[in-house]
Every structure is written in structure tokens, then in C-alpha cells.
Design a protein around this ligand. Structure first.
Ligand code: ATP
Ligand code: MG
Length: 578
């Protein structure tokens, strides 16, 4: 492939719209272009990367017994109404009507469509187990589409679904997918870890996320180095906490003016008290009911845990009008004192709290020295907060670390949630009917490519891991107007292509510096430079990752590169080890 003919528009300067490195580099290296918020075109190189990642996924899915199919993006509302998710999906679902005013959506995921398929065509236990997958475009109207392919509104996902006779079978299918995911992410060159996760809107009993650890990750993961417990902070358990013993005597309740101080920081600063002595009162609405939740000022409520305690999905912050109606005061000044009309829940560590600061349910006022049982009464203490770095591991008591991660894959044990609501059953050997037991497994294809760039880049540009590089070798003649140099470059290009190596020949009449800069930005893992040493019949071979070079005889270039590509970087420490 010749650089001059390839549609590969590179950008020198940092694009202002891109906040994280993979997004910047995908734009600069001509992989993608934005069409609308969260909607992208894949240019030829970007498309090649997507194809490479997809092919690795395909090979591992097939190896694990999966069968590829393709389901429609356009889906009728009826299927979603049957499962009960037409409402649950809320605004994230892209909805539309056809010419007869019938409701449709652009599929955010495919549990409904695939369950419908299986319930029609699976009758007997002999047809199970079955694992089906596809690599297909999904649509989700994300609140904050950002970071390029990381969080798009239209994105490519591999989604797989397993169907089994019983839980034991489902466990086997889940394991196979879990192992396949490990193989996929390793082959993509990613350092990842599998962590316990919340199941969210997909539902089900247990799920794990494959996280690529990177500072730019949108997820936070609690990790215990001692016992290897790792969980998304949305999920991470906190050891049962009896709460601190009340310390000191209750002081008398006082009301203080806190003009305009609506946040914990502002109140703490204004009153000159630590944030831990402030108790936040948050009002939530669930199915038309209001609930007040208390947590320490320096903590965050974990809404996933709260939703689980409530056994409800549609949890949201109460709006301003509701807060005023329920508390009698404006937003930002809510507190438990006098709040009798709604249930009052508190995080378990607040048991025994004494002499705390709370909102006064009135504009610009707080109470100091508020005490439970004397001034208000908590209905339930439970674990409702987000884990933090000063919490001990819930499993072994050793310290936890909180690290950032990018969720590239998610595996779920779904059980019979969809087969029961949508009536997908089979007959066992005795003719008795049972619901099929399901698992669901997703991988973000574009997000995986972006995560690879987050882990593999330097100040100059991308450093593609060989297996997902858009092309494998960059051939750079330093001077195309020199006949010998140009002919050698062309012959190397042709030889490599003939042996199935993916080559990009920079045939442009540009200064060597310009070409090298461009090559660094695009990040093909191997580079052949044809320069002065050609007089001795030699060219330079370089590994982009560590910039180590070695001189090779012209006729050795083909065999050498073929060897590297077929064996992998690890087999050539002299070129690749840093
Ligand atoms: P997130 O918490 O990041 O929104 P999710 O839990 O909604 O992810 P799943 O429904 O489990 O994601 O989807 C499976 C996979 O699809 C995810 O692991 C991720 O790799 C990818 N994915 C999900 N949403 C997006 C998106 N908006 N853009 C790109 N990839 C996505
Ligand atoms: Mg999501």
C-alpha cells in the first residue's frame, strides 16, 4: 500500500475537542472523524484496526464453541414491552416510529431479539447448550458521549448469548466465555483484570467486568493486593460496620446561619469543622415515593447499592420542587430534623454519630450538635455508600487501593430473567417444560482499540501491538528522488506484500524528518528505513515500541520480518525488550 494513495489524513496539532490521549491520537493519526456527538466515521486505518480486533474476537468465540449470526439494529417495541425494558431503558434508548406510527428502537443490546429467536426455534433439551454471538452496531443515547470511541452513541459491540438447560450448564458456558475474554484481551496486547461488577439494566445474578487499568478510565475499581479481591466501586462491599461508639456527651442543639453555603465543602469551611462531622441528607425518588438517605459529608452514596436495597431500578434524585415540598426548605439545606413524612435511611457507619452538622430544612441555615434519637430518628442503617481507600477489604481486612479502569468487556450470569418474562422454554427428556438459563457477554470493539492506545503510546504517537496494528510494517525511503533508494524501497514493499505482510510504503517526496514524525504518530510496530547503508546493501529495521534498531541485509528483510510477525514480539527481545 502506498502512502500517497492512502486516505490517511494526519493532523499535526492537538485537536481541542479531545480530552484523553487515545481520542487525540485516533484523530491525529487519521483513524476516525467525528460526525456528531458520539458518532464517528472509521477511516481506512481505523477500520482496519476494528477488523483486526473483530477477527481476534471471532476466532476466540468460535474456539469457545460460539456461532456467529447477525441480528437487526432496528427492533420492534413489542419485544421490549414483553421483557419490561421498554420503560426501564429510559432516555438511553434511541426510539423511532415507522410510517404506520408503530414504535421501534435502534438496539442498545439484543437480549430481547435473541430470546425471541430462541423461543421460536428451540424446543428440546437436545438443542442445548447453545452460544450465539454477533459483531454489530449498537445505539445508546448516552448522557455524556465522550472520549471518541470510548463512549459513543453509535458503537460496535460483540455480544454473545448462551442458552443452557440448567444452572450447572450455564456455569460451564459462562466459564468458557470468561476464558475466551482473557484470551482476546491478551491477544490484543492489553493488561487487564477481571473484577466483580454490578449487573445494571441487563439484570441477573452475577457479573464480572474486564477492566483495562488506565488513569483515563471512567470506572473506579477497588483492589485488595493481599487477597486479590477486585470489584467495581459500584459493587465493592464494605465490611459490616457497627458504627463508631458515641464519643463525648451530646451537646445542645444549635441553629447557625450559613448564608449561601450549600455544599459540604462550603459549610465545613464556613464553620471551620472537618467534613466528617457534617452529615449529608440526600432525597431520592423511587416509584413516586421519596426517601431520605444520610451519609457522612466526605462520603458518596452508592446508588447501585441503594437500588438493590430498594429492589428498584428507577432511582433518581428528587427534583427541586419535591425537595421543597417534603422538607419545607430549598435544595442544599436538607436535614433529618423534623423530616417526618419520609423514611430516613442512614449509612451503617453513622450509627453512634454524635454532635454532627445537618441542614436545617430552611434557606441559609444548619444545625450543629445534632444527635440521633434525641433530635431525629433513623429508620434503617445499611451499607449504602461508595467504598473508599480508607476502608479495609471486606474479605480479608487488609488495605484497599482504588484504581481507574476502562471497562472493555462484561460477562453476566443472567439466569431466567428473559426466558421467564418472554417464555423461552424447552422440554427435558421426560417431556417436562423448563425455562432456558441464559448468560450474556459483551465487548466494546472500538473501546478495546481505544484502550489499547491508552496503554500503548508515547509522546510521539501510537505504538500498536502487532496483532491489532492497522498494518504491520512501515517502509521509509529517506529520499525517493534517489533512484537506488526508491527502487530498493519498491522492491522491499513488493516482496513483503507477496509474503502476506501488511506494508505501508511512504512514497512521498518529503523530508526524512517529516516522514519519521508521521510514522511515529501512526505507530506501525515495525519500520524499515532505506538510507545511506544501502551502499553496503543494508537497511535499518526498527521496532517502534523501544526504537531499537538493527541493520539487515537487503535480502534478509523479508524472512526476518516474516519471522517476527509469525512468532510475535516476545520472541525477539533484541528488538523489542525495553
Ligand atoms: P458502561 O458502564 O461503560 O456504560 P455498560 O455496562 O453500559 O458500560 P454493557 O451494556 O455491559 O456496558 O456493554 C458491553 C460492552 O460494550 C462494555 O463492556 C463496553 O466495552 C461497551 N460499551 C458500552 N457502552 C459503550 C459506549 N457508549 N461506547 C462504546 N462502547 C461501549
Ligand atoms: Mg452504559
Amino acid at each position: 500500500m502506498k502512502r500517497s494513495q492512502l486516505f490517511l489524513p494526519t493532523i499535526k496539532d492537538m485537536p481541542a475537542e479531545a480530552e484523553i490521549i487515545s481520542h487525540q491520537l485516533m484523530l491525529r493519526a487519521g483513524l476516525i472523524r467525528r460526525v456528531a456527538a458520539g458518532v464517528y466515521s472509521y477511516l481506512p486505518l481505523g477500520h482496519r484496526v476494528i477488523q483486526k480486533v473483530s477477527q481476534i474476537i471471532r476466532e476466540e468465540m468460535n474456539r469457545a464453541g460460539g456461532q456467529e449470526l447477525l441480528l437487526p439494529a432496528l427492533q420492534p417495541a413489542e419485544l421490549w414491552q414483553e421483557s419490561g425494558r421498554w420503560e426501564v431503558m429510559g432516555k438511553e434508548m434511541m426510539r423511532l416510529k415507522d410510517r404506520h406510527a408503530r414504535d421501534f428502537c435502534l438496539g442498545p443490546t439484543h437480549e430481547e431479539v435473541i430470546t425471541d429467536l430462541v423461543r421460536r426455534d428451540i424446543r428440546s433439551y437436545r438443542q442445548l447448550p447453545l452460544t450465539l454471538y454477533q459483531i454489530q452496531t449498537k445505539f445508546r443515547d448516552e448522557i455524556r458521549p465522550r472520549f471518541g470511541l470510548m463512549r459513543g452513541r453509535e458503537f460496535i459491540m460483540k455480544d454473545a448469548y448462551s442458552f443452557d438447560r440448567d444452572d450447572t450448564g450455564a456455569e460451564v458456558s459462562y466459564r468458557k466465555m470468561y476464558d475466551a475474554y482473557g484470551a482476546i484481551f491478551s491477544r490484543c496486547g492489553l493488561r487487564y483484570s477481571a473484577v466483580e461488577a454490578e449487573s445494571g439494566a441487563i439484570g441477573g445474578s452475577y457479573s464480572q467486568e474486564f477492566m483495562v487499568l488506565a488513569d483515563s478510565g471512567e470506572d473506579a475499581v477497588a483492589v485488595c493486593d493481599a487477597c486479590r479481591y477486585a470489584a467495581n466501586v459500584e459493587r465493592a462491599e464494605i465490611a459490616a460496620d457497627p458504627g463508631s461508639q458515641p464519643s463525648g456527651l451530646p451537646k445542645s442543639l444549635g441553629r447557625v446561619e450559613t448564608p449561601g453555603k450549600m455544599t459540604v465543602e462550603a459549610v465545613a469551611g464556613y464553620l471551620g469543622v472537618p467534613r466528617q462531622t457534617i452529615v449529608k441528607t440526600l432525597l431520592y425518588e423511587v416509584d413516586g415515593q421519596v426517601l431520605a438517605v444520610l451519609v457522612r459529608g466526605d462520603r458518596q452514596v452508592n446508588e447501585a447499592k441503594l437500588a438493590k436495597h430498594l429492589q428498584a431500578g428507577g432511582l433518581r434524585f428528587a427534583d427541586r420542587a419535591t425537595i421543597e415540598r417534603v422538607t419545607g426548605g430549598p435544595e442544599g439545606f436538607s436535614g433529618p430534623i423534623g423530616l417526618r413524612s419520609v423514611p430516613l435511611w442512614a449509612d451503617q457507619e453513622l450509627r453512634g454519630m454524635r454532635n454532627v452538622v445537618v441542614g436545617a430544612n430552611a434557606a441559609d441555615a444548619h444545625y450543629v450538635n445534632a444527635n440521633n434519637e434525641r433530635d431525629f430518628s433513623v429508620d434503617r442503617y445499611l451499607d449504602v455508600r461508595m467504598v473508599s481507600e480508607d476502608d479495609p477489604c471486606a474479605r480479608c481486612g487488609k488495605p484497599l487501593r482504588i484504581v481507574r479502569g476502562i471497562e472493555v468487556g462484561h460477562v453476566f450470569k443472567v439466569g431466567t430473567k428473559y426466558s421467564e418474562s418472554m417464555d423461552a422454554t424447552y422440554l427435558d427428556a421426560n417431556g417436562a417444560e423448563h425455562p432456558v438459563v441464559m448468560g450474556c457477554y459483551g465487548i466494546g470493539v472500538g473501546r478495546t482499540a481505544a484502550a489499547a492506545i491508552e496503554q500503548h503510546h508515547d509522546a510521539e504517537g501510537i505504538i500498536w501491538p502487532l496483532p491489532i496494528a492497522p498494518l504491520q510494517v512501515m517502509v521509509v525511503p529517506v529520499n525517493v528522488t534517489d533512484n537506488r533508494c526508491w527502487e530498493a524501497a519498491q522492491s522491499i514493499h513488493d516482496t513483503l506484500e507477496a509474503c502476506g505482510i501488511e506494508v505501508l510504503l511512504d512514497d512521498r517526496d518529503e523530508r526524512p524528518g517529516v516522514k519519521f514524525k508521521d510514522a511515529d504518530l501512526i505507530g506501525l510496530p515495525l519500520r524499515v528505513t532505506i538510507g545511506k547503508a544501502l551502499a553496503q546493501g543494508q537497511v535499518e529495521l526498527m521496532a517502534r515500541r523501544v526504537r531499537r534498531t538493527t541493520m539487515v541485509q537487503l535480502e534478509e528483510v523479508g524472512p526476518r520480518l516474516r519471522q517476527i510477525i509469525s512468532t510475535g514480539e516476545h520472541a525477539f527481545p533484541e528488538l523489542f525488550a525495553s
